[in-house]
Design a protein around this ligand. Structure first.
Ligand SMILES: Cc1cc2nc3c(=O)[nH]c(=O)nc-3n(C[C@H](O)[C@H](O)[C@H](O)COP(=O)(O)OP(=O)(O)OC[C@H]3O[C@@H](n4cnc5c(N)ncnc54)[C@H](O)[C@@H]3O)c2cc1C
Length: 443
């Protein structure tokens, strides 16, 4: 290696770490990526099911057309075409009240600020609810103070009732992964502004056509090698040796001590809780207090010949549903195969798999009385710490993607939990990885 080249050690090979690694390599750094697991992709991964052998995602992930940084990463990995890319937003709502029915929110290809009011007015709610939902959508551009919850925002903007249960609660669970009572209105509304203030394509769901592992983790080693990044999988970072306000060495679970030269940089793309452990009590940071929220997915395969739920598109919000909030379909799959997703519902904490599948079957029968669940194969994926919680006040705990000054001058951080202006999303992660490298370049 050219001794003149600056080295960059990237810790963690999730979306943020991958984005940072490519950006550093492009800027001429000799990059070494250390990842504790055998595979890359972080919280968006797939693994073979122990019973069926099928490769299942750790949880259903969906992205939006406006995820520009994530799309850049996917292009780098050669997998941007692995999605159904709708021309505009399409979202179905399955409601039980007054009787089981499905409503569709479909945006035309007009720019979203024009298409959204028309789509809301066309949604089959009562007229009063449609007008209030429209008012809520229009005033969402005003944002909210950082200490306000989304539930409080509902009250101030007259959104209780149908606007909240059809529109805002499903969006809140999808974006924030917590109930509106626990979500910072500021972060939620900022995300909405990004998604809904541009072209029709930017607001459209991008639904993966293949397991996420095939889109991120599998192609990453080859793409990293092509960029000249040295990859070390199966290496857990256990600590950092900090001397004179500099990281002097990285300690690995493989027993190795990797020296960090005077001009080298260390970029942590670890989740906040993992970074807190690596830093230890001596360098305890405010972000250690961020809380997390779970996601539980039940993959359903009805037995052959069993009556499936109607195919209402890739994303169906189960209005007022609990514990499951969405029914998701991978485009092109048989109607009897779909996933039920629960975002941030604490009633599943500590539940055994049998109990979770029983509740999934029960809810499915309630929302789709004609569906035949008997004999179905139900497989559960539970991520207890799926996302950090963007709660009111959490902005004070989220440092910018950049230098972690209180610890060491050559330690830089990124990850979905840093201050990206977004809640925990693939896009927040990818954007933070790009942002930290831009900050290193400016330094
Ligand atoms: C089930 C589920 C569903 C989701 N659905 C969506 C969705 O639909 N849309 C969306 O936008 N977002 C979704 N998210 C959120 C999204 O996956 C995350 O925001 C994003 O993947 C975070 O990326 P990251 O790189 O910041 O962190 P991570 O993906 O957590 O990456 C960190 C990496 O560091 C590694 N690591 C940890 N500790 C160490 C250590 N000590 N040494 C070395 N390596 C270490 C980890 O193995 C991991 O690979 C979902 C998350 C989950 C879990």
């Amino acid at each position: 290696m050219n001794p003149e080249r600056r080295r960059a050690f990237v810790l963690g090979g999730g979306v943020a770490g991958l984005a940072a690694s490519f950006a550093l390599a492009d800027r001429g750094f000799a990059v070494e990526l250390l990842e504790s697991r055998r595979q890359l992709g972080g919280r968006a991964f797939s693994s073979p099911d122990k019973v069926t052998g099928e490769r299942l995602d750790n949880g259903a992930h969906v992205m939006l057309g406006c995820y520009a940084s994530t799309r850049r990463l996917l292009r780098r990995l050669g997998t941007e075409q692995g999605f159904q890319q709708d021309p505009s937003l399409r979202l179905a709502f399955r409601s039980l009240s007054p009787a089981p029915r499905t409503l569709q929110l479909r945006l035309s290809r007009l720019p979203v600020p024009l298409a959204m009011p028309l789509a809301l007015l066309g949604l089959g709610l009562g007229w009063g609810a449609r007008l209030r939902a429209l008012r809520g959508m229009l005033t969402s551009v005003l944002g909210a103070p950082p200490d306000r919850t989304l539930a409080q925002w509902f009250d101030r903007r007259g959104q209780r009732g149908e606007p909240a249960s059809f529109l805002w609660q499903p969006l809140c669970r999808a974006v924030m992964n917590v109930e509106p009572e626990d979500a910072a209105a500021m972060d939620f509304l900022a995300t909405l502004r990004e998604a809904f203030s541009g072209s029709a394509r930017s607001a459209a769901f991008w639904v993966p056509l293949r397991p996420w592992g095939e889109l991120f983790g599998d192609p990453a080693p080859q793409a990293l090698a092509a960029a000249g990044v040295a990859l070390h999988c199966g290496v857990r970072v256990t600590g950092l040796e900090v001397q004179d306000h500099r990281v002097a060495a990285i300690l690995g679970g493989d027993g190795r001590r990797r020296e960090v030269g005077p001009r080298d940089v260390v970029v942590s793309a670890l989740p906040w809780n993992a970074l807190a452990m690596v830093l230890g009590e001596r360098f305890r940071q405010p972000f250690a207090a961020l809380e997390s929220s779970p996601i539980v997915t039940v993959y359903c395969a009805l037995r052959d010949g069993a009556a499936p739920p109607p195919d209402d598109g890739p994303v169906v919000a189960l209005v007022d549903g609990a514990p499951f909030h969405f029914l998701l379909r991978r485009p092109g799959e048989a109607a009897g195969r779909f996933a039920l997703l629960s975002g941030g519902d604490r009633s599943l904490d500590g539940c055994a798999v049998d109990e979770i599948t029983a509740r999934a079957a029960q809810q499915l029968r309630r929302y789709y009385p004609g569906v035949d669940v008997d004999g179905a194969t139900l497989r559960v994926r539970k991520e207890q710490r799926a996302t950090f919680v963007a709660a009111p006040g959490s902005h004070k705990l989220r440092p910018d993607p950049g230098r972690l000054t209180p610890v060491a001058g050559n330690l830089w951080i990124c990850g979905d939990w840093t201050a990206t202006g977004l809640p925990a999303t693939l896009e927040g992660a990818a954007r933070s990885g790009e942002a930290v490298v831009a900050a290193i370049e400016r330094d």
